[in-house]
Design a protein around this ligand. Structure first.
Ligand code: DTR
Ligand code: ZN
Ligand code: ZN
Length: 508
């Protein structure tokens, strides 16, 4: 096994007293010198690589990953691979040991970075005599004081609660009632805390339920709930009429700062100045084992990294298993943030693979365009389209909206794209005709839930998508001919306004 000069061989997984994975910790990105190309290996070929993809091998890895998720039961009372848990540490060890058992085909490095993890153990909101059904504690919310119920009047905040002047003077000891909109949930929670509120309820100003994340913790954050527009309406009316609404808020939660780890593997063969990069995320949410989200993507990468060792490549291939995607793309953000300009330029494109096997799947392609995203993003999109069309498979376009680990890359001038099979979106009748499954149901009814287990995988979708990932690797590992050169400036993608998402959860 070759390791980056700064990376020590992984010590066996020692789940010490604090469960710390004794991984060597390494900042920065790996850089591999070009090893002599193994002349005995055939040049990478898409059909030959695709031929090696077998559903049973993928399922074997999924079963192994579920066993690893069960390591998290001691602390979470259910299987999970959330960052900081033994389930995630075990995932990292599985990925790292698989890669380092592949001889010197890869330079493998571990990149540690600071992250924040949160867990809501219990929460409850009572407004007047009602327990609003849609009330959901926000991700990364702090607990209520002493983790006990707090009592206060519900007090409406003016406008959208994005300025301190919106918060009335009588908010001290009250529960702030704030409309969604214009600024992040974290900003609203912080301003409410500074104004003396004991908790905050942010209600949707669009149709439907609303849950999100407070993002980077602040000492002024207060226990914060999301609420649907329909559940908020009667209380807005009562407050508008000058009636009093008593509130009780209770959150038992923890927010912790920890160090976690990205794993990067780059072929020692191939031009190191022209890399094709691809990633999935190694972590799950605290609520479940994440076998589809994103076990499917990270295991596809691990299987293809293994199969690729039978070939030689002309351009380097860099695999990434991101940590803390679920906390807001922290791993991929960190990785891109520490790239030098020269390192940035070596990455010709980044391909994101996050949820490839949803049970009620649709074949979804991120609708990247060169008009809005770094040039080359559209060509990558069209590679996916051409593959599905060549195999008479239907597909749909989905918004390239910042919900997964491509975001940092496209914001820093690196062409990006990817495919998915769907999360909490609802399959339409038209899509039922295109893909089968059940209209009116989520694409993944177990998204971010305990039931995201091995049984939650659609094998047909997973195998086809793994063949497509193989095709995407082989195409660019063989040649970038016809693919746009990197343009000079590392332009920021043009979002019309601050995007609502940066990661899985709504930020505002
Ligand atoms: N895989 C989801 C985040 C995600 C990425 N793309 C989409 C599209 C629609 C919904 C969610 C997502 C996760 O990590 O939670
Ligand atoms: Zn995901
Ligand atoms: Zn997720």
């Amino acid at each position: 096994m070759r390791v980056d000069s700064r990376t020590l061989p992984l010590v066996p997984l020692l789940l010490g007293p604090v469960g710390a994975l004794q991984l060597p910790l390494l900042g920065g990105s790996s850089s591999a010198s070009q090893a002599p190309i193994a002349a005995d290996k055939p040049l990478i070929s898409s059909p030959l690589l695709q031929e090696q993809v077998k559903a049973e091998n993928l399922m074997q890895r999924a079963r192994q990953l579920y066993k690893i998720a069960e390591l998290g039961e001691g602390e979470y009372n259910h299987p999970t691979r959330v960052i900081g848990s033994k389930g995630h540490l075990g995932t990292l060890d599985y990925i790292y040991s698989t890669l380092t058992n592949l001889g010197d085909y890869y330079t493998v490095s571990n990149q540690s970075f600071p992250a924040v993890t949160g867990n809501v153990f219990e929460s409850r909101l009572v407004l007047g005599h009602t327990v609003p059904e849609s009330a959901t504690a926000m991700s990364l919310t702090p607990p209520t004081k002493h983790k006990e119920p707090v009592y206060g009047q519900l007090v409406a905040v003016a406008n959208l609660g994005c300025d301190a002047s919106d918060y009335p003077s009588d908010l001290d000891g009250a529960i702030a009632f704030i409309s969604r909109g214009q600024c992040p949930f974290g900003t609203k929670s912080e301003l409410a805390g500074k104004a003396g509120a004991v908790a905050a309820v942010i209600y949707n100003n669009e149709k439907g339920d609303m849950s999100g994340t407070l993002g980077t913790p602040s000492p002024d954050h207060v226990a914060t709930f999301g609420l649907s527009d329909t559940d908020a309406a009667p209380f807005l009316e009562q407050l508008h009429k000058g009636e009093k609404v008593d509130g009780i808020a209770y959150v038992d939660a923890i927010v912790e700062s920890i160090s976690t780890t990205n794993i990067i593997a780059q072929t020692t063969g191939g031009d190191p100045d022209n890399c094709v990069m691809l990633g999935g995320h190694s972590d799950s949410v605290g609520e479940g084992p994440g076998i589809n989200d994103d076990g499917s993507g990270s295991l596809t990468l691990l299987e293809l990294a293994t199969l690729l060792t039978e070939f030689r490549v002309n351009n380097c291939v860099r695999f990434a298993w991101w940590a803390a995607e679920e906390e807001g793309l922290l791993g991929s953000d960190y990785y891109v943030s520490v790239l030098t300009a020269a390192e940035n330029k070596k990455i010709r494109l980044f391909m994101d693979y996050d949820m490839l096997a949803s049970p009620n799947f649709a074949y979804q392609v991120y609708n990247a365009t060169n008009a809005l995203n770094p040039v080359g993003s559209e060509e990558l999109r069209d590679l996916y389209v051409e593959f599905y069309e060549a195999h008479d498979l239907n597909y749909t376009f989905i918004p390239f909206d910042g919900r997964s680990d491509y975001d940092a890359f496209i914001r820093n001038g690196i062409p990006g794209g990817g495919i998915a099979t769907g999360a909490e979106g609802v399959k339409t009748v038209t899509e039922q005709g295109m893909f089968g499954g059940v209209a009116g149901e989520w694409y993944d009814p177990c998204y971010h839930q305990l039931c995201d287990t091995v049984a939650n995988l659609n094998l047909t979708a997973w195998e086809w998508n793994t063949k497509l990932v193989a095709h995407s690797i082989a195409t660019y590992a063989k040649s970038f001919d016809g693919f746009p050169k990197r343009v000079e400036e590392t332009s920021i993608s043009s979002f019309a306004e601050e995007p609502k998402y940066h990661g899985p959860f709504l930020r505002q």
